[in-house]
Design a protein around this ligand. Structure first.
Ligand code: BES
Ligand code: ZN
Ligand code: ZN
Length: 490
């Protein structure tokens, strides 16, 4: 689908070519493209300013039927993300026009102050991610994704550059998979069904797969997870994925919150937030997809994904506020609020993972709190970790992938908020302030010695509106972030 190729605009016919242009500096080295840019800039209405656009039809000396120039603003402001967005928007435009393929002229990234591979990578990511439509429930498919995207570079790509397109297809393909799972309506993904969907994809990628049934979860005494599942007619499940990686070190464990629908339980949610709660399994989707990508990239590290799946519903068998349950760890939890269910399924999954796999490091990913969205908005995830190096590594991966993460604190004294009069701990903090922090602190009580980080993706996991390289709904946030982090693990 993605194709990195040397420019040959004198010979190869092309229906549509996109060319990014900066207002204050040439960013292309190919003479023909530079000449085309000169032609475009001769028009009053196009000076390469941000979001300006100009289309030339059949420009002389070039075989492209039309060339679309896109203003990128000042060259100093050009970065990987502006390229990603430019590529995504260009692809979306082509889909709108009913095209089947397109060309995109890569700028000389060094002219724009970006490393060559980073610039190309960003362009290809934006193009690939923008080329996705979630239309499986539309009877009439009006639009179709492009069959091929040519990224034009000045000379024949060599070495590492040649390996970029398949690598990006693997990682971004996994991102699209996560988006699809998040976008599935809850009636199509009850826990056991979602477990089967994930297991099937994971198996074809060569991952080891186990799926635990409700009975097995009962035998394992996962009382917190089972309490969340109690009100649903659909039984819970837990998927464990393993990537061998060929090393003998203790593994890296990823844990993902998989609530296939969060009604809130007896503490029923209100208003229009309910339909979005089909996306409350975005952490699970990100973890499963990251493992699938890691297997495709043959990452040389043993990796485990632990994915608890439940539906949080209201019925006569629902857990009640005030109920006390015994968790996998042996500690008891007073369930003060049935809508704080994510932390309940995570603590059983995390304690189980630590006990069984003795990991070197563990990261959980979860759409855990509305408070995190209040704190950081809907584009930035919160990263909680006592281990600063681990927190910094995740923040750095967030910067590289533009799946942004911000470091959040885990203050010991706030644990006060989680005291219960009757059980070892309560799931409902006594104050609504700092809700993302108290949730993370609750989780921390169920990790013993392992280096651990928690990523709250409640904001960036799911967007009602489409943007440059994502449709409305699931964003696949976390997949590129986790894969980048795994690839850079020492
Ligand atoms: N799934 C929600 C968190 C959420 C909110 C995700 C908005 C995505 C968008 C979570 O289970 C929840 O309901 N959390 C409660 C916790 C509270 C009851 C302590 C919240 O954030 O209000
Ligand atoms: Zn909830
Ligand atoms: Zn939830």
């Amino acid at each position: 689908m993605l194709n990195l190729t040397a420019v040959d605009l004198k010979r190869r016919k092309m229906k549509i070519l996109f060319v990014p242009v900066c207002e204050n500096k040439p960013i292309h080295t190919d003479p023909l493209i530079s000449a085309l840019v000169g032609r475009a800039m001769a028009f009053e209405e196009f000076k390469g300013k941000k979001d300006q656009e100009l289309t030339l039809h059949q420009p002389p000396g070039c075989t492209a039927e039309r060339v679309v120039f896109r203003g990128m603003g000042k060259a100093e402001a050009l970065d990987a993300e502006t390229l990603r967005q430019m590529a995504g928007r260009s692809v979306k435009r082509c889909i709108q026009l009913g095209m089947t393929r397109m060309g995109l002229a890569a700028p000389d990234p060094t002219a724009a102050g970006i490393a060559e591979a980073d610039g190309l990578k960003a362009l290809m990511e934006g193009a690939f991610l923008g080329n996705h439509l979630f239309d499986r429930y539309k009877e009439k498919k009006e639009k179709k994704p492009l069959g091929r995207i040519d990224i034009l570079v000045p000379s024949k790509p060599v070495g590492r550059l040649r390996r970029l397109p398949p690598e990006i297809e693997t990682v971004c393909g996994a991102t699209l998979m996560a988006r699809e799972w998040v976008n599935l309506p809850s009636n199509e993904k009850p826990p056991e069904a979602l477990a089967r969907i994930i297991a099937a994809e994971a198996k074809t990628r060569g991952l080891g797969v186990e799926v635990f049934t409700e009975k097995q979860l009962q035998q394992k005494k996962m009382g917190a997870l089972l309490a969340v599942a109690a009100g649903s007619a659909s039984p819970p499940a837990m998927v464990v994925l393993q990537h061998k990686g060929g090393d003998r070190r203790p593994p890296v464990v990823l844990v993902g919150k998989g609530v296939t629908f969060d009604s809130g339980g007896i503490n029923l949610k209100t208003g229009d937030s309910l339909p979005d709660m089909k996306g409350d399994m975005a952490g699970a989707a990100a973890v499963a997809a990251a493992l699938i990508a890691a297997a495709g990239l043959k990452i040389k590290r043993r990796l485990i994904g632990v994915i608890p799946l439940v539906e949080n519903m209201v019925s006569g068998s629902s857990t009640r506020p005030g109920d006390i349950v015994r968790t996998f760890s042996g500690k008891t939890v007073e369930i003060g609020n049935t809508d704080a269910e994510g932390r309940l399924i995570l603590i059983d999954a995390m304690a189980y993972a630590e006990w069984r796999f003795k990991p070197e490091v563990m990261v959980d990913v979860a759409t855990l709190t509305g408070a995190c969205v209040v704190a950081l908005g809907d584009k930035i995830a919160g990263v909680f970790a006592k281990d600063e190096a681990l927190q910094n590594d995740l923040v750095a991966s967030g910067r590289r992938t533009h799946e942004r993460c911000w470091p959040m604190p885990l203050p010991e004294d706030y644990k006060e908020l989680l005291k219960s009069s009757y059980a070892d701990i309560g799931n409902m903090p006594s104050s609504r302030y700092g809700g993302a922090i108290s949730a993370a602190l609750f989780l921390s009580e169920f990790v013993d010695k392992t280096r651990w980080a928690h990523i709250d993706i409640a904001g960036p996991a799911y967007h009602k509106k489409e943007d440059a390289y994502c449709g409305p709904g699931g964003t696949g946030f976390g997949v590129r972030l986790l894969v980048d982090w795994l690839m850079n693990l020492a």
